[in-house]
Design a protein around this ligand. Structure first.
Ligand code: FMN
Length: 186
């Protein structure tokens, strides 16, 4: 079975280092994994229950459909002021509704990313895990990568074998979790 993993990016910046991490993920994903990058978080309106109706914005429908079609999700994000970038938090809020049956409910999810600080965005990553967990995803706390950007020395992360291998292993583990326990042969 080919596993589909939704990719969400917490930066809108063109030259985003986290976007580069997404590029590495897309380049290095195992053959059996279909990575679906939803690159439209900047188009989502701010979450507001008044507009979370049947006639919801097309970008919201597209996000929820992409999440519904996925078996798992990987979130790639920097840290903003010690926390989750607003654009990503907004997406979590949209994905958390309808409450109790959001499109990522029960699906395995991992959080990775890079930030300028010496801990590589670990606060944002922890809060993203907490928030997606409350929103209903099955967050895999051990599948992590928090890269201080200075370790990249200004180079694209695809030049770091360590990062490429870590991302590949996070994706691989997510795929295994999404596929569920294998059925034993009789
Ligand atoms: C509004 C703002 C707040 C930031 N706050 C933090 C922070 O709390 N911790 C941190 O490590 N870096 C922080 N940074 C620096 C980002 O980690 C750095 O700009 C990073 O490259 C952003 O990710 P991107 O390249 O994917 O856009 C902040 C940057 C901005 C623009």
């Amino acid at each position: 079975m080919r596993v589909t993993i939704l990719v969400l990016l917490g930066s809108l910046r063109k030259a985003s280092i986290n976007r580069q991490l997404v590029e590495v993920a897309l380049e290095s994903a195992p053959e059996a994994v279909n990575l679906k990058f939803f690159d439209r978080l900047g188009e989502l309106p701010f979450y507001n229950e008044d507009i979370d109706t049947k006639a919801v914005a097309e970008s919201v429908t597209a996000l929820r459909e992409a999440a519904s079609e996925a078996d798992a999700a990987i979130v790639v994000t920097p840290e903003h002021n010690g926390s989750i970038p607003a654009v990503l938090k907004n997406a979590i809020d949209w994905l958390s509704r309808p409450w109790g049956s959001g499109a990522l409910k029960g699906k395995p999810l991992a959080v990775v990313g890079a930030a300028r600080g010496r801990y590589g965005g670990v606060w944002a990553h922890e809060e993203t895990r907490k928030s997606f967990g409350i929103a209903g995803a099955r967050v895999l706390d051990d599948l992590k990568l928090s890269t201080p950007t200075e370790t990249l020395g200004g180079r694209h992360p695809r030049h770091s074998l360590e990062i490429a291998m870590r991302l590949r292993s996070v994706i691989q583990e997510l795929a295994v979790e999404a596929a569920g326990p294998s059925v034993p042969h009789p």
